[in-house]
Write a protein that binds this ligand. Structure first.
Ligand code: PMV
Length: 302
């Protein structure tokens, strides 16, 4: 018997970091980037990914979230049966594209089906988010909610996810800096600043407020407003030391070519950046201008 599940990635539009402290955030599922998780019976517990092939429990620490999921599900199933887990897909890791949340969700779902556990949606999401907490140090629940959604997600920790079906009618250029971000490190860096300075708290409050305002602008199809908020968020994220020299260079190129707004996306310290463009022609032009600095780019119609 074999079970498999295809889960997609995500991109955070606004509110990263602020969302950890209870503020609003906005994130978009990326259905074009997916990972398929397969589980099947095996002679020993085994993991097969693009980067690691070997005994499941001996996998490196970056897979600790997945180990938590599997341990939890095997306990629920009261099973000692050795299983092989295979992960195949195109979501690059450590870029803020949701790879860790997507494999945690898919692993929970395949084991729920494999063992016919009948877990509720809320239980599946809680296990996924606990894996994300292990991966990030502190996880808001935003990534888990967005990789589990087909629509734009407006989120805060108290209210949970609200799916929005509205279109902005613009193009979003997503570029991979190729610099590997560490969510854990970035979340800890913000936490440290919060402990040391009251200014950091007000920066996070503003980032959250910008997410709330961006949702309103989005619903009015106010592309200029959304772009302006991207730029304001980028200035704050930079002042929190979450940007890099390469990101600053990409920002310059994108804005000088006419992007409506530009920001890093996800935890920062590398990873991906997003540029809001009025249409696909402009998005392609900016992608070409940034080509030598990035390892990959994607355009989403939003
Ligand atoms: O690095 P990413 O894209 O997985 O984003 C993490 C987003 C944070 O707000 C920094 C953390 C969180 O759990 O929401």
């Amino acid at each position: 018997m074999k079970n498999s599940y295809l889960a997609h990635g995500k991109v955070i539009l606004m509110g990263e970091h602020a969302v950890v402290y209870g503020y609003d955030a906005l994130a978009l599922p990326l259905k074009s980037l997916q990972i398929r998780t397969t589980v099947e019976r095996a002679a020993e517990m085994w993991m097969a990914t693009a980067k690691y092939h070997g005994p499941f429990w001996a996998a490196p620490a970056e897979y600790d979230g997945l180990k938590y999921v599997v341990r939890t599900m095997l306990t629920k199933a009261a099973s000692q049966q050795p299983l092989k887990f295979t992960y195949r897909g195109q979501i690059p890791t450590k870029r803020g594209l949701g790879s860790s949340a997507s494999v945690a969700l898919a692993t929970t779902r395949v084991l729920n089906d494999y063992f016919k556990l009948g877990l509720t949606e809320a239980e599946v999401i809680a296990i996924t988010n606990q894996a994300e907490t292990i991966n990030h140090g502190q996880a808001s629940g935003l990534d888990a909610a967005t990789v589990n959604s087909d629509h734009l997600i407006f989120f805060n920790q108290k209210r949970g996810p609200v799916a929005l079906q509205a279109e902005l009618k613009a193009s979003l250029l997503i570029m991979d800096t190729g610099e590997l971000g560490s969510t854990k490190e970035a979340v800890a860096l913000v936490h440290q600043q919060l402990e040391q300075s009251p200014a950091a708290a007000s920066k996070l409050a503003t980032l959250g407020q910008l997410a709330t305002e961006t949702k309103t602008a989005w619903l009015k199809q106010d592309q200029q407003g959304v772009g302006h908020n991207f730029n304001r968020a980028q200035a704050i994220l930079t002042s929190l030391d979450l940007s890099t020299a390469k990101i600053a260079e990409l920002q310059k190129i994108a804005l000088s070519h006419g992007a409506l707004g530009f920001k890093l996306s996800g935890s920062g310290l590398g990873g991906i950046v997003i540029a809001l463009c009025k249409d696909q022609v402009l998005a392609r032009r900016i992608a070409t201008a940034c080509q030598s600095l990035v390892t990959n780019s994607w355009i989403e119609e939003i």
